[in-house]
Write a protein that binds this ligand. Structure first.
Ligand code: HSE
Length: 423
């Protein structure tokens, strides 16, 4: 059995998990690990600190190293490090979703020129196997839809808001105390992390390059306890959903936003920090994969799985895993959120005047919006009422027009919330 030499960039939570798991596999030997701070204490028993370097280029320029494992994250210097590694003919295993979503196209182009492989199972949904299945086992399918919970932090926050009736701020604080959310939670709560992941999944599912800047991305920071409560009463739960759809005309609809998900839907049952991916294709039908989307151990399962798959191939071939190579040269035509059709939840704050429900109905009707449910529960102390509307499938731009027109009415004080609905 040949032993392959690997260098690792990063030794944070995931890096430590990967390092520990690799101790059980003789086939891969870690030669060096590049870290920012060599003196930092590492949670690894009998750790040989001589492995550490603070110069990642020691690794990528070392001719003995076959594979570079990147678990540091971020765009720069990760892009420069991996580009140099690829030019030096090293295969790459990475967990870096942001890098692949933003600059994957350049890296995959370089990898093709240099006949090396980039594997990235850990970049999407931690321990859930999804990249390799889409590229290999499912390659006979035309995949046309992905709907997924791809961010554990936001799913944890929304679960606690629903189950414990916490405010967004309190639930976020709990997520931070438990180590799910970072001190600056922006990447998770604003939906960017989920957008990187759905960009990667949509690219490989639809075989078209997705532009991350054209993904409509809305996070969970505006979700109010009253939305969670109204959703519950109407038979829904609120989730941050990442969605990718291949339309009949070849255009794609890729977006991330919170949705009211019907309680009977499988994604509604996914709680706390768990991730879940629902993928639909022909001829396979619908598949759902659920599991841990983050954490040292689940993520190391994906990283080390890639390493063992890659090295098994390298033992017998100089052109490993051809099915995993990037096959898409075409840029996707991504539709604008205004052109999408959805069912909507609209929470309206109105004055307690006669005819308000009529005004809402008339304005919706004039904008081609068919109301399926309308709910008002009493009057608040300030003589206003919260009126909740659920619509049938309507065009987003029509809904936005209707909301603008509603606000022109003296009886409508404000639109509290506009959320999309998944049944
Ligand atoms: N921060 C992510 C999450 C995990 O909360 O799911 C890493 O992408």
């Amino acid at each position: 059995m040949k032993t392959f030499k690997a260098g690792m960039i990063g030794l944070g939570t995931v890096g430590v998990g990967v390092y520990k798991l690799l101790q059980s596999f003789n086939k891969i030997k870690i030669e060096n690990i590049a870290v920012k701070n060599i003196n930092k204490k590492r949670d690894i028993e009998n750790f040989n600190t001589n492995l550490l370097t603070d110069n990642p280029f020691d690794i990528v320029n070392n001719p003995d190293i076959d594979i570079v494992i990147e678990v540091a994250g971020g765009i720069s210097p990760a892009f420069e490090i991996l580009s140099a590694a690829i030019k030096n003919k090293k295969h790459i295993v990475t967990a870096n979703k942001e890098l692949l979503a933003k600059r994957g196209s350049e890296l995959f182009g370089l990898a093709k020129e240099n006949n090396v492989t980039i594997l990235y199972e850990a970049a999407v949904a931690g321990g859930i196997p999804i990249i390799m299945p889409i590229k290999t086992t499912l390659c006979a399918n035309k995949i046309n839809k992905i709907a997924a919970i791809l961010n554990g932090t936001t799913n944890y926050i929304l679960t606690k808001m629903a189950e414990k009736e916490l405010s967004y701020e309190t639930a976020l604080k709990q997520a931070q105390d438990l180590g799910y959310a970072e001190t600056d939670p922006t990447g998770d709560v604003e939906g960017f992390d989920a957008a990187y992941k759905i960009a990667i999944l949509s690219t490989i599912s639809f075989n078209k390059k997705i532009d991350i800047n054209k993904i409509y991305t809305e996070g969970i920071t505006n979700i109010k306890p009253q939305d969670i409560k109204a959703a519950k009463e109407l038979g829904y739960t609120i989730k941050l959903i990442a969605m990718g759809q291949l339309l009949d005309d070849g255009r794609v609809d890729v977006r991330v936003h919170p949705m009211l998900v019907a309680k009977k839907h499988l994604l509604a049952k996914v709680k706390n920090a768990t991730n879940s991916i629902m993928i639909s294709g022909y001829p396979v039908g619908d598949l759902v994969l659920t599991g841990a989307g983050a954490g040292a151990e689940p993520t190391s399962s994906s990283v080390v799985g890639d390493l063992l798959t890659l090295t098994s191939e390298l033992e017998i071939s100089d052109y490993p895993l051809p099915l995993t190579k990037c096959k898409h040269d075409e840029n996707a035509v991504q539709i604008d959120i205004g052109d999408t059709y959805n069912e909507y939840y609209i929470s309206i704050q109105a004055s307690n005047n006669p005819g308000v429900i009529g005004i809402i109905g008339t304005i919706c009707g004039k904008n081609n919006i068919n109301i399926s449910t309308i709910m008002q529960k009493g009057i608040d102390e300030d003589n206003t009422a919260e009126i909740v509307v659920i619509t049938e499938k309507s065009k987003e731009s029509d809904v936005k027009n209707a909301l603008e027109n509603l606000l022109k009415s003296d009886s409508i004080n404000k639109i509290n919330s506009l959320l999309r609905v998944m049944n």
